[in-house]
Write a new protein. Structure first.
Length: 485
């Protein structure tokens, strides 16, 4: 694709170092990386109608990209220009970078770059984080803007001043807006709230009371659950979060909580579930999951399980990330207060008691039974003789089967194959906060068999789920027999 006949684009290339002529996709250029503080090699990947081009380049081992005007001082076409001097203070038209170029240096490296320029602020790590976020927000990072708003809500020293004195020329990301008639958290920048969410002034006292007193009503339909996840996936911020991951490019439940759930619910006193069901919705299915998992893989696993089990989209599911009030901003109950809202019990136990089914999500990015709270949930479900159904992603089942087959082919026993495939676990090694860990371990040890009993239950339902295909089970049995003979 060439634009040699595009007069507007040719006119835009008015600088002597751009020169006349065509600009094409795949052409190699030099780009000044603000994060790296130097010129780097890149290439044009897309031509845009507003005299701009999309360029991609490498900084260290990370792949970055940004949209630049053709006459921007941070873009140079070597075949028509002199070699860059390395000095970013070039003359000419101001640079207009339409989206962030910082994509993989990571906070530690970015912090080092800022420390050189802001050495007087190197006393506290939190101050570093604050100024890193401020600089990245000024480059257009939506994630950094969310970080700033979160720091302000946590009363981090200096955050309110930065946000309150926002420079007028800072480019505000597309999903942010200037403070208007509706405030959300009393900060000058306002997060664009989805239409299915309520503003602080629209949340009733009865909703807030439900959030403090009745955990079994913090549920939402599975259709609503998918709507929330899809809303997150449709935001530009979601893609930014994915691209900034150094290795596996996925968005975790932790990310969903920090960059969507908290900003959307901040100052309202209610979790997402009550926003969508103001009168509360009695839970029917408890979903137990790991926060470190890929939210898209989790969604696929749950959708497949609902189809296979005949659950309908209107089923009321209890999903802790969306059920609890997460911001911890004093406008609503803290997580600790919500965990203690039922005297002598926990919201998880109350919900498990009220439902007939608990679905446990298995994905490749995180093992839910590395979290002691998930072990506790299973322990309660087993003690109450509830139906425990695994929701396993296809990736998870594939990985288990491959490891299981490999161990058998290499001469291992069935027990060896179960260990290699991760069918066996050691829940006694699961972690959580120190205060919670003592309490949860005490409850588990109070029941006969303790962690060993739970480990055996996990092994049984994981093995059943993976070997439920008769053809696969037969093939495994034949493999074992052939190895023995």
């Amino acid at each position: 694709v060439r634009l040699s006949e595009d007069r507007s684009l040719e006119a835009a290339a008015h600088k002597s170092w751009h020169g006349p002529g065509a600009v094409g996709v795949g052409e190699f250029v030099r780009v000044f990386s603000i994060s790296a503080g130097e010129w780097v090699d890149g290439k044009i990947t897309k031509l845009l109608e507003d005299d701009s081009v999309r360029v991609e380049y490498e900084v260290g081992e990370q792949w970055c990209g940004k949209t630049l005007k053709l006459h921007c001082d941070h873009l140079m076409i070597p075949s028509r220009s002199p070699s860059p001097s390395g000095d970013s203070s070039t003359s000419g038209a101001p640079c207009k970078e339409l989206d962030p170029g910082w994509s993989g240096l990571g906070r530690e490296q970015a912090r080092k770059l800022l420390t050189k320029k802001e050495h007087d602020m190197a006393e506290k790590v939190r101050e570093h984080d604050l100024w890193v976020a401020a600089n990245l927000a000024m480059q257009g990072s939506e994630q950094a803007v969310c970080d700033l708003l979160s720091m302000k809500s946590q009363n981090v020293e200096g955050a309110a001043n930065i946000i309150g004195d926002h420079p007028p020329d800072v480019q505000i990301p597309s999903f942010m807006k200037r403070q208007g008639s509706k405030h959300h958290g009393d900060h000058p920048l306002d997060v664009q709230i989805p239409s299915f969410m309520k503003r602080p002034g629209e949340v009733s006292s009865s909703m807030k009371e439900l959030q403090r007193r009745e955990p079994t009503k913090w549920a939402m339909t599975f259709r609503q659950w998918n709507k929330v996840v899809n809303e997150c996936k449709d935001r530009a911020l979601y893609m930014e979060l994915r691209l900034k991951k150094p290795f596996d490019k996925f968005v975790s439940i932790y990310d969903i909580n920090d960059y969507f759930v908290k900003p959307w619910t901040r100052s309202t006193g209610c979790g997402i579930a009550l926003h969508m069901n103001p009168h509360g919705l009695e839970a029917e299915i408890m979903i137990s999951h790991a926060w470190g998992e890929d939210v898209e893989e989790c969604q696929r696993a749950l959708q497949a399980r609902f189809r296979e089990s005949g659950f309908h989209d209107g089923s009321a599911v209890w999903f802790c990330t969306f059920a609890q009030y997460q911001p911890g901003d004093r406008r609503g109950p803290t997580i600790k207060e919500q965990l203690e809202c039922v005297p002598g019990s926990s919201p998880f136990k109350c919900v498990i008691e009220s439902v007939n089914t608990m679905v446990v999500v298995h994905t490749t990015k995180a093992d839910l039974y590395s979290r002691l709270w998930c072990v506790h949930e299973l322990d309660e479900a087993l003690a109450l003789e509830k139906s425990v159904i695994p929701a396993m992603s296809e990736e998870y089942k594939r990985d288990i089967r491959e490891e299981y087959h490999l161990a058998l082919r290499m001469g291992g026993s069935r027990a060896d194959a179960e260990k290699a495939a991760g069918l066996t676990v050691q829940t006694a090694r699961a972690g959580c906060g120190k205060d919670d860990k003592a309490m949860l371990m005490k409850q588990i040890f109070a029941r006969p068999g303790g962690f060993d009993r739970i480990d055996e239950s996990i092994k049984r339902f994981r093995t059943r789920a993976v070997l439920q295909d008769r053809a696969l089970g037969k093939a495994l049995e034949q493999c074992v027999r052939s190895l023995r003979h």
